[in-house]
Design a binder for this molecule. Structure first.
Ligand SMILES: NC(=O)c1ccc[n+]([C@@H]2O[C@H](COP(=O)([O-])OP(=O)(O)OC[C@H]3O[C@@H](n4cnc5c(N)ncnc54)[C@H](O)[C@@H]3O)[C@@H](O)[C@H]2O)c1
Ligand SMILES: O=C(O)C(=O)C[C@@H](O)[C@H](O)[C@H](O)COP(=O)(O)O
Ligand SMILES: [Zn+2]
Length: 372
């Protein structure tokens, strides 16, 4: 069991990581109940796999819980679902002192956090992440959002949870492809500033995917510590530190847009391909060695992740992908800062990237036969 604190000056909060935590969930949640009840937001798969046991634990402890079920997948992060969710919270007389529970993956966490932020001008919420991606990344740090027609996470707010409760054992029911998608964000922490952790990801890949409990605990704990450290240094992405967590996302969000924010390409898969593109582009402009770009690609490929435009199912030309990028939240003064790298563990924010050059680079990465 480990407890990590996100050290924010005015509202620090704890992240508990413990195998089997969900078997004991009532003990963790009891202090947060209002009038003996909880409002829980989840999705249809989690409602099937996890909710029955979760609900039983609460009932046995005389705690009542109502559930709102979102459709599974990225479609859950929409205006339509936000409207239904906020109506449901209001019908259930949510109060600001309620701790709305997000029980699910990143989609559930992102929309629940945003609903909590806007309903009655701000309610509390608790993150209980059930995917690897949500455990190592989205449940920590308070970025909440829905998607809009123009792109990914474009309507949202910073709203920190009261506590994050992580049970690595819940990953047992997670499909292998979703586990790999989460692993991309684990590898991200190594690529950003931690070569030693990248080495660990390489050597522990097989154990991790075979379900080795200590490999899973280490991957989650190390990732959460890295994210907590970065968020504490730059909660609102103002000084360039938190932007490091966006490695691969400018490319990745464009790939997600081009594949229709659908199960054709999961977020973590888009990030994997996006990080490889960031490394390959860094190598092309002489910042980083081709060996480091190949090493990053090899690890992600070994995890079963897409590492090329073809793998990602994207055949759009560079200019179209760059058009998607113009909605990136890092845009400032009409320029788009990019996360590039001098090598593995040496990511930095570059403010001097020429978008026409990025478009030409992307064209050079197109599958054979589709050259611009
Ligand atoms: N806020 C942030 O800082 C942040 C960080 C990274 C990603 N995100 C967002 O998170 C989202 C992706 O999250 P995700 O990868 O968790 O996707 P997701 O929430 O869609 O979950 C993936 C799938 O796994 C299913 N599932 C969840 N838990 C399960 C379990 N234990 N067993 C079986 N099935 C289970 C879900 O029903 C869904 O079908 C994206 O929208 C991304 O933008 C946000
Ligand atoms: O927490 C952050 O900061 C991140 O950038 C984490 C990312 O993995 C995550 O996908 C985030 O939602 C992307 O942020 P955005 O601001 O580009 O939407
Ligand atoms: Zn991400």
């Amino acid at each position: 069991m480990s407890v990590i604190t996100v050290d924010l000056a005015d509202r620090p909060y704890e992240i508990h990581i413990e195998a089997g935590l969900l078997q004991n969930i009532a003990t963790y949640l009891a202090p947060f109940a209002r009038a003996g009840r909880f409002l829980v937001v989840s999705d249809e798969n989690v409602a099937k796999h996890i909710w029955p046991g979760f609900h039983r634990q609460l009932s046995d402890a005389n705690l009542a819980a109502e559930i709102f079920v979102l459709p599974a997948g990225e479609a859950g992060k929409s205006w339509l679902e936000l409207e239904k969710l906020t109506d449901w919270l209001l019908e259930h007389h949510v109060e600001r002192s309620d701790h709305i529970i997000a029980l699910g993956g990143g989609v559930v966490g992102d929309i629940t956090g945003f609903a909590a932020h806007i309903v009655k001008r701000g309610c509390s919420f608790i993150q209980i992440p059930t995917t690897l991606l949500a455990q190592v990344d989205s449940s920590v740090g308070g970025k909440t959002a829905i998607n809009s027609r123009a792109g990914k996470n474009l309507v949202g707010a910073f709203h920190q949870p009261s506590v994050v409760l992580i049970d690595p054992e819940v990953l047992e029911s997670l499909p292998r492809r979703q586990l790999a998608a989460g692993f991309a964000e684990v590898v991200k922490y190594g690529l950003i500033d931690d070569l030693e952790f990248f080495d660990w990801c390489e050597t522990s890949l097989d154990a991790f995917f075979a379900g080795d409990a200590s490999a899973r605990q280490h991957a989650i704990e190390h990732s959460v510590k890295a994210k907590a450290r970065i968020v504490a240094a730059d909660e609102r992405e103002l000084n360039g530190t938190r932007a490091l967590l966006n490695l691969g996302h400018t490319f990745g969000h464009a790939l997600e847009a081009d594949t229709g924010f659908s199960d054709r390409l999961f977020h973590g898969e888009a990030v994997a391909a996006g990080m490889v593109l960031a490394f390959r582009y860094s190598s092309k402009i002489g910042l980083c060695s081709a060996d480091d770009a190949n090493r990053a690609a090899q690890l992600l490929h070994n995890a079963g992740l897409p590492v090329t435009l073809a793998d990602a199912g994207v055949s759009a030309h560079g200019a179209k992908l760059v058009d998607y990028m113009m909605h990136d939240k890092k845009m400032a003064g009409g320029k788009l800062p990019f996360l590039l790298a001098h090598g593995i563990g040496k990511t930095f924010l570059s403010k001097d990237v020429d978008l026409a050059d990025v478009a030409a680079f992307l064209d050079s990465q197109l599958p054979a036969g589709l050259t611009a």
